[in-house]
Design a protein. Structure first.
Length: 262
């Protein structure tokens, strides 16, 4: 997401960034608050996270988990691998990934929200996750080296980016040959009308930025990756009336997918 003011259609991306930061600041600091989306351990288990994996990580990270699906079975992380988590939030997926790559592996979480980063780093230090680091950055411009990781992961974040194609190009740049992009995200079955896609509040709520699923996978492949599996996540449900209405009208839904770099 760019920091400079620019317009995507009629969407003010500076206003969007401020709304996204404000929402995820609240996710970090007040996970019991009211949001358009469900959060926490019950959601994580329903989406497919193994209780044993959740038991092995800080519970405060799980409380602020706002992901939309499970993809670790698709990611097939192996001991010793390097993983980049785009939009790492309070760190739940980074900590899960750390357990799968082991002490010989490395996990780098990238997030733009100070409060999320501070919470994730505090939890990392307290729990002794020496193979995890967090850095402030944007998911379309991480500042990490070319071909530096085996897997890029992301959960419920790319839909927030005004230019998803740039995010996918960044993921492809980071991956080594044979590396994988594994993610869960919000997409739509039909193209959203401009009145929704230009509403920064709906975009920040993970609705307005949702891309039509065929366009989404095409954008991944245009970045030089090959999508090998896409699956729906019917276990994920929005909880606000606004979001539920968009789900019914436009087929807003969660999917998990994996793509490989040739």
């Amino acid at each position: 997401m760019e920091t400079a003011t620019e317009l995507t259609g009629h969407l003010d991306t500076t206003a969007l960034e401020q709304k996204v930061k404000a929402m995820y600041r609240d996710v970090a600091l007040n996970p019991q608050g009211e949001f358009h989306f469900e959060m926490g351990r019950a959601l994580a288990e329903r989406l497919g996270y193994a209780p044993a994996d959740l038991d092995a990580i800080p519970s405060d990270a799980i409380d602020s988990f706002a992901g939309v699906g499970y993809y670790f079975d698709l990611a097939q992380l192996k001991p010793g691998e390097t993983v980049v988590d785009l939009g790492s939030g309070s760190g739940m997926d980074s900590f899960i990934a750390a357990g799968k790559v082991g002490k010989a592996g490395t996990v780098i979480g990238v997030d733009m929200t100070d409060e999320q980063l501070a919470k994730a780093e505090r939890l990392r230090a307290a729990a002794g996750f020496g193979n995890v680091t967090y850095r402030k950055g944007y998911i379309d411009a991480t500042g990490l080296a070319d071909a530096s990781c085996d897997a890029v992961i992301s959960n419920g974040v790319i839909n927030l980016a005004p230019d998803k194609r740039t995010v996918f190009r960044e993921a492809a740049r980071l991956l080594k040959p044979g590396g994988r992009l594994a993610l869960a995200d919000i997409v739509t079955e039909t193209q959203l009308p401009e009145g929704i896609t230009c509403d920064a509040t709906l975009w920040a709520a993970c609705i307005g930025g949702a891309m039509q699923v065929g366009d989404y996978t095409s954008a991944i492949e245009a970045a030089g990756l090959r999508v090998t599996q896409v699956r729906d996540n019917p276990q994920y449900q929005f909880i606000s009336k606004n979001a539920q209405g968009a789900t019914r009208k436009y087929g807003v839904k969660s999917v998990s997918l994996v793509a490989t770099k040739g």
